[in-house]
Design a protein around this ligand. Sequence first.
Ligand code: NOJ
Length: 576
Amino acid sequence: MTLQGLTEDPCRSQPTPEERVSDQPSSTPNQPSDWEAGFGDNPFDEDTGFDQHEGAAALSGANWWRSAVFYQIYPKSFADGNGDGMGDLIGVRNRLDYLKLLGIDAIWLSPFYTSPMADGGYDVADPTDVDPMFGTLRDFDALVTDAHARGIKVTVDIVPNHFSDQHVWFQQALAAAPGSPERARFIFRDGKSPDGSEPPNNWPAMFGGSAWNRVPDGQWYLHLFAPEQPDLNWDNSEISAEFERILRFWMDRGVDGFRIDVAHSMAKPAGLPDMDLSHYNGPNTQLDPDLRFDQDGVHEHLRMFRRVLDTYPNRMAVGEAWVPDDKRLALYVRPDELHLTFNFRLVLAEWSAKDFQGAIDDSLTAMAEVGAPCTWVLSNHDVVRHTTRYGGGELGKARGRAAALVMLSLPGTAYLYNGDELGLENVDLPDEVLQDPTWERSGHTERGRDGERVPLPWEGVTPPFGFGSSQDSWLPMPAEWEFFTVEHELDDANSTLSLFREALGLRRGLAELHGSSFHWQQAPAGCLAYRRGPNLVVALNAGDTPVDLPPGEILLSSSPIEGDTLPPNTTVWLRV
Ligand code: NOJ
């Protein structure tokens, strides 16, 4: 599994949906009756403790996160409030009215903590302060106050696998002797060969090269990501005590929840044995299984997170765990662990009804077993934007819009990545501007993730499109984004932004979309359909030929509907 693609495709090892659910879409030729409702056994009507008739009212209670729409803000790229060409907290605060207008329920801020930015802020040097690049703690407090005043919850990133090498603890560890308590906060080991010049094991780092770095006295330290991100030793109780302090610090400042970075990586196997690398596919890929990730010991640490969160009302945590086995992923959201865990099956799915069905069906089944909602994702700061993945241009745009209407009508929680709502694509950036550590660490063979991190276009007709008052932005923005600015799209009833606003407005008001009820319906070849509650049907035509529209009153469609046909690459929401 990978941040940008897959080594082992989990879809291949799962039973097909047809094997498990009796009312699956069929592959028969298209005819009106192809869209018939199927009412066979269904695993998705389990009582998950959520009242589906509460509707949007539930968003303010203890279970607000169970069907919320979160909006991921990559702070460096969202909006520049101080004119230095980089996004910041003032920029976010200035744009809160836009987020309110969009209709999201909560924001997730990627790291804005003190950081030398060796990995876009995921190398944290002080987890309880704001980097001057992003502002101050006062800016943060003002942002929380203003967001809450608009009914928007605020969640922040927690990075428990590693600190920055500039964190005071790591500096102390470097200055201290092997075997010292300072070194015991990280994972220091002697080398393997008699002279210690071989790393302690053969683990590769996610960003390329060995996962071990040697320090002047000859010891090595583990870093699953960049060398500037030394892994913490979670076998040392000092680490859990420190993270309890960090969680409380932010909850005391009013944050509503956390996104836990690489939540599956904190526990390492005893003895740190070598990995079998015969199927290893290079940087940014995970094996299945992979000794670096998803060790059973991780769950005890996540239970600690939960115990701390439960001492505050209505708080939540979502885990980033790239765990290919849906059943193992579900272990992360058992009742005493995290509330949510990102589900990357839609990120990994090809554009096909079959792949989407498999992703949805497997995920709903696995999560229903532990009573947790699914947490759907199409894009984030680590993966190629879905509009690009689906082919780019008009085709990618149509598919991206259709996929969004699927995601936003599935049971559970949805995470949008800033710019999804504008239909932004990845940008092909010139070599000289690339900043992702993957680019250097892979010897310039992997371009990394800058293409999905280009600043957002807000207004005007030339770059940087109102991103800030500076003429520059930290990554260049393409001239054609003139037609993708917020200003431009707000004025266009057919824009992707208008579609998202309508979808989010409907989602908020439709009680069916806040419950767990979900039934597959029969659908023509290349299509899928499901019913939410008694009266809402969602139909996707992922094929390349038009099909007859299913019966019902159209509430929303991702492409214009003419006559009685559902065009290719289109999703409709229907009242039946
Ligand atoms: C996952 C984050 O999403 C990614 O951006 C980061 O590079 C790694 N974790 C390491 O923290």
